[in-house]
Each structure stands twice: as structure tokens, then as C-alpha cells.
Design a protein around this ligand. Structure first.
Ligand SMILES: *Cc1c(COP(=O)(O)O)cnc(C)c1O
Length: 354
């Protein structure tokens, strides 16, 4: 595959590493590839980062055929640039795309596109503690046509954003609001995908949680509002007695790469990890009888996010005394250690770009 390269004439100043925030700055170039019916995916190119012009009738604006992914590129202490299980993200992109009728993308081509783009933008990968280059691949429909059917044309784009440490003052517990009115997804729907529509459906509840002083919502199942699903942008884990439990993947939950890595890592320590349905009453009873030891979320952005407090229909309950549990802290240390190349990569998860 030949990727056309057009160098920017206006390189941007790089933001200071201590003021990166999340998703605010974008690098000088982006990767773009087009799809047209009869032609397939074509014209892969790395071009200057710039607005994309669209017809007002572009189908994505009306029917929402749009999917995204999120992963990070880490700068190791010795300067190497590392990706964490990137092939998983491109495999998931195709699973999501398939669900909303966006055509399949060759995963090797996608990974090659990403590594080439990172090589062009290598000076944008920050080096300060906890910083990284966030990678946002996405696909969307472009055909100009008002009428509900799959589009005949699409774009696949990758943009990059240098991001700051998720916890500038060290690992911090979050407060989570258990949502029992709105739902995120139902089996048979889009829950297992990173389709943009899922996030549109989540915003109202997220806004409500923030107004009430919580960081994110914990979703319950869409039928009975009884079983735990996941947090807004994270999968969720509980430690009850000595066992780690997490909801099983049954179609309405996003299969997180961090979730999968957490399960494998904890099992490698000899800790029992069970994937099963977990009723919210069971979590509350475990809190009441003292067997709920820790709770945490997993996702690319925060890696491990210890949960210090829940609010379930007005009942507030604290976990790990509102602090950080021992296993949560160890998972965070070891996962980030592997991602930044500080610890041995026993699982073969890390891919070196440069
Ligand atoms: C992205 C995401 C996650 C976490 O997935 P990772 O692959 O670990 O980053 C979990 N839940 C939802 C809803 C997400 O969008």
C-alpha cells in the first residue's frame, strides 16, 4: 500500500507539556482514506490536519453512521514509541463498523497507516510523566442523500492529540452515580460497539450525574434496570471478598481492551476473576456486609479508575473508605508500567513504532 504524503506548510507550535488536558490539541497531520461503492477503500493519504468539507445532505449528519476508536502511543524512558495492543482496536473498529453497515477495513493497512502517521508526528509524542499521544481513528458516511439506507461512500480518518496525565496529582478515586432512569444500550442494539450514537444516548444522564457532583454514571441493564453494565467510558470491576467480578459481555457492553488486559493480568497473579451477571442489589449487599473491598473502572484514558463512592437511588455508599484499594493500585502500576515500557511485557501486548 502506498500512502501519499503531503507535508504541512504551517507547522503548529506544540503546547506546553504541563497544560495538555485531554483532546484539546491536535497534531500537524492526519490520515485519510476514502471508500466508494465499486471502488472499495482507496487513496490512503497523510495530509495536513484541516477541516473536512461536507455536503449538508451527507448521510452521517442525518442517520448517524459513525464509529470511533481510542488508543494511546506512549514514549518510553529510552525514547521508544509504544502502542498497546493496537490490533485489538482495529479489530473492534471493524466489529463496530459491521454493525452499522460501514465497509470492512483491512486491519493491517489501518495499523500501517497509524504507524506511518505516528512516525511523521513523532515529535508530538510528549515525554512528561503520565502524558501520551491519544490516537482517534474514526469512520463515517459521506454520501449526499436524504433517505434511510447504508451510504455508498465513507471516510476513514486518524487524528492524534497529545494528552496530559489523567491523574496530575496521582491516582484519585472517582464518585459514580448509578443511573436508574435512562439506559445506554440493550442486547441486539449498539452497546458492544463504539458507535457515535451510543454517546449521544449517554449525554443526558452524564450531564445529570455531573450536576449532582458525580464524575460518571454506572449504567444498569436496559430491560430490568437490575444488572450492572458499565460506566460511561469504562468497564467496571468489583472485588468481593477475594474475588474480582466484572459483568460478562453479552452484547450490550463495550469489550474494553483495558478490561481484557486487567482480567489477564489479575489471573496471572493467581487472583480469581469471574465474568458474570452482577445485580446492583448484590453490590449493595456486599457493601452492607463488608465484603465489597474495592471497585474500579477500566479504560484507555484513565487505565484504572478507583471508585470511592456510589450513589444508588439516593443511597450513598463508600468503597475502600473512599480511597484507593490495594489491587486497584497494583493493577494501575503494572498496566501503566507495561504501557510505558518500564516493566517486562510478558503478554506480548506492546508494539514498538519507533
Ligand atoms: C472505550 C470504552 C470503554 C473502554 O475501552 P478500552 O478499550 O479499555 O479503552 C468502555 N466502555 C465504553 C462505553 C467505552 O466507550
Amino acid at each position: 500500500m502506498n500512502i501519499r504524503f503531503e507535508q504541512t506548510q504551517n507547522p503548529k507550535p506544540k503546547p506546553p507539556q504541563d497544560a495538555l488536558f485531554f483532546g484539546k490539541y491536535f497534531t500537524d497531520h492526519m490520515f485519510v482514506m476514502e471508500y466508494d461503492e465499486g471502488k472499495g477503500w482507496h487513496d490512503p493519504a497523510i495530509v495536513p490536519y484541516a477541516p473536512i468539507s461536507m455536503d449538508p445532505a451527507s448521510m452521517v449528519l442525518h442517520y448517524g453512521q459513525a464509529v470511533f476508536e481510542g488508543l494511546k502511543c506512549y514514549r518510553a524512558g529510552d525514547g521508544r514509541l509504544l502502542l498497546f495492543r493496537p490490533e485489538r482496536n482495529f479489530a473492534r473498529l471493524n466489529k463496530s463498523d459491521e454493525r452499522v453497515c460501514i465497509p470492512h477495513i483491512d486491519e493491517e493497512i489501518a495499523l500501517k497507516a497509524l504507524t506511518e502517521l505516528i512516525k511523521v508526528e513523532k515529535d508530538w509524542v510528549p515525554s512528561a510523566e503520565g502524558t501520551s499521544l491519544y490516537v482517534r481513528p474514526f469512520t463515517f458516511s459521506t454520501e449526499a442523500h436524504v433517505g434511510v439506507h447504508p451510504s455508498g461512500s465513507y471516510k476513514f480518518v486518524i487524528i492524534l492529540s497529545p494528552v496530559g496525565a489523567y491523574y496530575p496529582e496521582g491516582l484519585n478515586p472517582v464518585k459514580i452515580y448509578i443511573e436508574d432512569e435512562y439506559v445506554r444500550a440493550v442486547k441486539g442494539g449498539l452497546g458492544f460497539t463504539k458507535a457515535a450514537a451510543n454517546y449521544a444516548a449517554s449525554l443526558r444522564a452524564q450531564q445529570k450525574a455531573i450536576e449532582l457532583g458525580y464524575t460518571q454514571v454506572l449504567w444498569l441493564d436496559g430491560v430490568e434496570r437490575k444488572y450492572v453494565e458499565e460506566v460511561g467510558t469504562m468497564n467496571v470491576f468489583f472485588i468481593i471478598n477475594d474475588e474480582i467480578v466484572t459483568p460478562s459481555l453479552e452484547g450490550s457492553i463495550l469489550p474494553g481492551v483495558t478490561r481484557d488486559s486487567t482480567i489477564a493480568l489479575a489471573r496471572s497473579w493467581g487472583v480469581k476473576v469471574t465474568e458474570r451477571r452482577i445485580a446492583i442489589d448484590e453490590v449493595y449487599s456486599a457493601y452492607e456486609d463488608g465484603s465489597l473491598k474495592e471497585a474500579f473502572g477500566t479504560g484507555t484514558a484513565a487505565v484504572i479508575s478507583p471508585i470511592g463512592e456510589f450513589n444508588w437511588a439516593g443511597r450513598k455508599f463508600r468503597v475502600a473508605d473512599g480511597g484507593i484499594g490495594e489491587i486497584s493500585a497494583r493493577l494501575y502500576e503494572e498496566l501503566t508500567g507495561i504501557q510505558y515500557g518500564r516493566l517486562e511485557d510478558k503478554f506480548g501486548w506492546v508494539k514498538e513504532v519507533l
